[in-house]
Design a protein around this ligand. Structure first.
Ligand code: FES
Length: 148
């Protein structure tokens, strides 16, 4: 007799959530995002980058997409707004601190309780979060996104 498929979170989502709960904050965040970059700041590559250090290669984040990377002070959501511009936000959801997911179709979602944010501005679109994402300064130089 075939076993019916269950609906709900994917096995990847559950494993990523479990790993995030058991390991140091930020250790697996990029690996669990839908568009994890391959450059610096990638989890498992050592200590978080120092201020001014590389967070990700620009080429790893297509225009209109984003990624959650390890920043100097915790997880950062990077959103590539144009060919040359990257915006960054503290990836900790303002509701209860769960790292948000990389954006999909211009919307950043927190999988914990469903808050949603505008990927370009970080503004709250849907609660329970009461505020938007906190902007974090970054700069782009030599094809790299750098912690400011
Ligand atoms: S922690 Fe993000 S919506 Fe609750």
């Amino acid at each position: 007799m075939p076993v019916p498929e269950l609906s709900g979170p994917s096995r990847r989502t559950v494993l990523c959530g479990l790993a995030a709960a058991l390991l140091a904050p930020g250790a697996l965040i990029s690996a669990c995002g839908p568009s994890a970059p391959t450059g610096a700041g990638k989890p498992g590559t050592g200590a978080p980058p120092a201020p001014g250090g590389a967070l990700a290669a620009l080429a790893d984040i297509p225009v209109g997409k984003g990624a959650v990377v390890t920043g100097p002070n915790g997880p950062l959501l990077l959103v590539r707004a144009s060919e040359t511009e990257v915006k960054a936000f503290n990836a900790a959801c303002p509701h209860a601190g769960t790292p948000v997911d990389a954006p999909v179709n211009g919307v950043v979602t927190c999988s914990n309780h469903g808050s949603q944010f505008d990927a370009k501005t970080g503004a709250k679109r849907k609660g329970p979060a009461e505020t938007g994402l906190t902007p974090v300064p970054v700069k782009v130089a030599d094809g790299q996104v750098l912690a400011a």
